[in-house]
Design a protein around this ligand. Structure first.
Ligand SMILES: Cc1cc2nc3c(=O)[nH]c(=O)nc-3n(C[C@H](O)[C@H](O)[C@H](O)COP(=O)(O)OP(=O)(O)OC[C@H]3O[C@@H](n4cnc5c(N)ncnc54)[C@H](O)[C@@H]3O)c2cc1C
Length: 271
């Protein structure tokens, strides 16, 4: 069933309110609110969000005081409502959201540490996924919600092609879109990449902002990226693609996704 979007959460990671990321975030708030959505912004730097995943995230006794396992302790603390207050606040915002937009500048082909830390701590075991119950990917606990990346780069678009100096942007996006967003069950909308705003002319920057607002007006109609459904992986063979799936796609020229590339040419459709 398609998600009806009412509440949008923007997780925003930039230090400066005059930055281009701030302009993209502000444009999103304005556009989405004018469309009738309820918009909540998490301004990670402004709220001095603690990005480190540590013992302090668990209140009370540890279940194993000798050897600290963050994943295990967080799982238990979540079940017993003993996670730290700041994590619980973020979880409440996430629970309410139908669409989550991550707005950030690309740092080292990835997201800024403060945003990665938000993911590390808020997408907690038991809350966003449950490995023990195989609630990951299609059955991740964020199922039914949508999410997307909106990022800016320092380098121009030509650097991020499959012949460019920095390499194919789709490969850079894969760990974030599949390893994070899809892993916890989100339907992932295509990323919005605003290339090299600092090098662009004012007219180009304006058109990047216009493209973003135009897209957001129809965001509810967008279809998510198509990852391989989980039933195509064989649990008895180490969660590899089933023989049936591999045989069925044997003659395809390109691979179904960037990660599950089956040794073929990579797809150019964005995953
Ligand atoms: C640690 C680190 C790692 C990095 N790693 C990478 C990397 O791996 N790959 C890469 O490509 N880049 C990388 N960068 C560069 C970074 O991604 C870019 O600097 C960033 O994406 C640019 O976005 P910004 O919001 O900071 O732009 P800004 O520099 O804030 O803005 C660009 C221009 O837009 C103008 N502007 C602001 N608001 C508006 C508006 N409303 N209308 C019109 N213009 C406006 C600003 O005045 C400015 O002139 C890295 C940077 C750092 C610090």
């Amino acid at each position: 069933m398609a998600t009806v979007i009412k509440n949008v959460l923007i997780v925003y990671a930039h230090q400066d309110s005059l930055s281009f990321n701030a302009a993209l975030k502000n444009a999103a708030v304005k556009t989405l609110e004018s469309q009738g959505y309820k918009v909540t912004v998490i301004d990670l730097y402004a709220q001095h969000f603690e990005p480190r995943a540590t013992r302090s995230d668990i209140t009370g006794e540890l279940s194993d005081a000798k050897k600290f396992s963050y994943m295990q302790e967080v799982g238990t603390a979540f079940k017993e409502d003993r996670l730290s207050h700041d994590i619980k606040i973020e979880m409440e915002k996430l629970k309410e959201a139908d669409l989550v937009i991550f707005q950030f500048p690309l740092y080292w082909f990835s997201m800024p540490a403060i945003l990665k830390g938000w993911v590390d701590r808020v997408f907690a075991n038991g809350f966003a996924f449950n490995y023990a119950k195989a609630q990951i990917y299609d059955t991740g606990l964020m199922s039914g919600k949508k999410a997307m990346l909106s990022l800016t780069t320092g380098g121009p678009e030509t650097l991020y092609t499959n012949k460019g100096l920095n390499g194919d942007m789709n490969i850079i996006l894969w760990p974030m879109q599949y390893g994070i967003l899809r892993f916890v069950g989100f339907d992932v909308l295509k990323a919005q990449v605003s290339y090299a705003p600092a090098m662009a002319a004012d007219t180009k920057r304006k058109s990047m902002l216009d493209n973003w607002t135009t897209r957001l007006k129809d965001i509810a109609k967008e279809k998510p990226l198509e990852f391989i459904p989980i039933e195509n992986f064989d649990y008895n063979k180490g969660c590899q693609l089933s023989e049936e799936y591999v045989n069925h796609h044997k003659e395809d020229k390109t691979s179904p996704t960037i990660g599950q590339n089956m040794g073929k040419l990579l797809p150019q459709k964005g995953i």
